[in-house]
Write a protein that binds this ligand. Structure first.
Ligand code: BTN
Length: 252
């Protein structure tokens, strides 16, 4: 029988990135940090599974074999406050790639990619961005993207969904390439990222409650500003929220 060649993620080649492929890692973000310390740039770390995947807000991220767990190490020429736009660009790229697989997804602020009807959305993908700054600004950014691709739903937390559950097993190499190529096109164009994010957002126009750790901001989500903060119309006026856990509130 013919040799089928290397399998995901070892088969990946995506210009302009160098691929750092692994069967298993603790966390692709952690590996990307090591590469950042070595001075690397435009590297995508990809693993078939993670043993200690990390999510936003210090949560764990279930990462069994079959998903797409990857981290993009970038050194963009970008003001530090615009780093969230890279995260938005990745979320847009994931939504578009899912769309090409006939999976209609939307983005819950800041960057959860969800599938399903209002009130019954389930999470398909999450993004964890980390960055380092020096005196002269941004040193590096790591955009960690998790996509529940060919994973059994039973192996994920409640509220998750997977592509294999929705449309059957997908080609992870094609999907990863699609996401990375779209991201590569978007990354230098903040205006395009913002416009793309707004079009795919399911949060705008909704009543939201955002817990920032220090306080809870409740009101109607109006828009995002040019650094990705959510503008919430509250009883105390318009508040710009940079980060937090966002819940969509049902109409009373
Ligand atoms: C979230 O909480 O929604 C963000 C999840 C981010 C998970 C990805 S998987 C690849 C990368 N490595 C990690 O440890 N986390 C991110």
């Amino acid at each position: 029988m013919a040799d089928p060649g290397p399998r995901f993620p070892h088969d990946l080649e995506v210009e302009p990135f160098r691929i750092d492929a692994h069967d298993a890692l603790q966390s692709t973000n952690d590996r990307a940090r090591e590469l950042a310390a070595e001075g690397a740039e435009d590297v995508v770390v990809v693993a078939d599974r993670q043993t200690a995947g990390r999510g936003r807000l210090d949560r764990t991220w279930a990462s069994p074999s079959g998903g797409i767990w990857m981290s993009l190490l970038l050194r963009p020429d970008l003001p530090v406050e615009q780093v969230p736009l890279l995260t938005f660009g990745a979320a847009v790229a994931v939504v578009d790639a899912a769309d090409r697989l006939n999976v209609r997804a939307g983005i819950k602020w800041p960057n959860d990619v969800l599938v399903g009807d209002e009130g019954e959305e389930r999470k398909l993908s999450g993004i964890l961005t980390e960055s380092s700054t020096a005196d002269d600004g941004l040193e590096w950014a790591i955009i960690g993207v998790g996509i529940n691709a060919n994973v059994d739903i039973a192996d994920l937390p409640p509220g998750s969904v997977t592509l294999s559950h929705l449309v059957g097993e997908v080609d992870r190499s094609d999907l990863t390439r699609d996401v990375l190529e779209t991201f590569a096109e978007l990354r230098a164009d903040p205006d395009r990222i913002l416009a793309g994010w707004r079009r795919r957002a399911i949060t705008l126009g909704q009543r939201v409650s955002i817990s920032t750790g220090e306080k809870t901001v409740t009101g109607r989500a109006l828009d995002i500003d040019d650094t990705g903060r959510l503008l919430v119309d509250t009883s105390d006026g318009i508040v710009h929220v940079a980060t937090g856990e966002c819940d969509h509130l049902r109409p009373a």
